[in-house]
Design a protein around this ligand. Sequence first.
Ligand code: ADP
Length: 329
Amino acid sequence: MAQENAPLKKIAVLTSGGDAPGMNAAIRSVVRSALFNNIDVVGIQSGYMGLLQNKIITMQAGSVANIIQRGGTILKSGRCPEFHKSENRAIGAKHLREAGVQALVVIGGDGTFNGGHLLANEHGFQVVGVPGTIDNDIWGTEETIGFDTALNTALEAIDRIRDTAASHDRLFIVEVMGRDSGFIAIDVGVAGGAEEVFIPETMANVDQAIQSIKRGMARGKSSSILVAAEGQKVGRAYDLAEQIRRRVGFEAKVCVLGHIQRGGPPTARDRILASRLGNAAVRVLQQGMTNVMVGVQANQVVSVPLKESTTKKRRVPNELIELAQLLAH
Ligand code: ADP
C-alpha cells in the first residue's frame, strides 16, 4: 500500500456522509499536523458534492481556531449520489489536480471511504480515511469519532426519562439512532440499565421484554425503560409500543431522541480520538501510504486497508448483548 511519491506538498481534507461530533477536531488535527510538516492544506466544502463544484478553500492554522469544542463540521458534510459515476469522479480529480493536491483525507463512514477508494484507484491520488460516524460500525477500528458523544447524549436523555418514568410508574421506549447498527442502543442499554434492548442485529423478542417488565413489577418496580435502535426488527419505536399495548394493555410512552444525538460539543474522548486520527492520517500520507483507514486497536493507532473497512462490518459483540439481558433480570 505504500507508493513512490514526490514529497508531499499539498493535501485536501473533506467531511462526508452523516456528520458526527468530533469531525471538527479531526479537521483541526489534519490541518495543524500538515502545516507543522510544511504541507499546504485545502478544505473541500460539503463533501464530494463540493469537490464536483470546485468548492476548495485554503486552510491555515487560524482557519481551525476555536472549533475543537464544536459539534458538526465547519467544512459542511453532504451526500453526493453523482459521485457514484466514474465520469463525475474524473471531474473531481481534475479539480484536485488543478488545485495542486496530491493526497486527500476523507472523514466519514464506509460510503465516504468507498468514494475515496475509487478516486485513489482511478486517478492515482493518495487517499486516507478517518472514521467519523456516530454508529461505531466501521471495521478496523474499535471506536469511531462521534460515537462516544452520541452515546453520552443518549445516556443523559435516558437518565432524565428515568426520573419522570419512576415518578409516574411508566413504561418508556426510547428510540436511539442506528438504522443498521446497534452499538449506541446496546451500550446505552447497559449504561442506562434498560430492561430490554432492541437492535437491528438480533431478532426482536417482545415476549422476553414483556416478561422482563412483569418480573420487575412483581418485585415492586414501577417503571421500565426499553431501548430501541431505529433499525430494530419490529420497526420504529411506535410500532413496538403498539405491539406491547396490544399484548398486555400497557401504554408505553415513546421518546425518539433523533438528531439530538448528532449535535453538541464532542466529549473529551472524541476530541482526543479525532486529534490522534487526524494526525495519524497525515503521518501515513507522509509515509507514502494510500488506500488505508486510520483507526485504533487496543488503544494503538493503526492503519488498515480501506478495502477491508468498506467490505467488512463491525458487529456489536455478543458479550454486550448477553450482558444487557443478564443485568436486566
Ligand atoms: P457515510 O460515509 O457516513 O457511510 P454515505 O453512505 O451517505 O455516508 O456516503 C457518503 C458519500 O460517499 C455519498 O453521498 C457518495 O458521495 C459517496 N459514496 C458512497 N458510496 C460510494 C460509492 N460506492 N462510489 C462512489 N461514491 C460513493
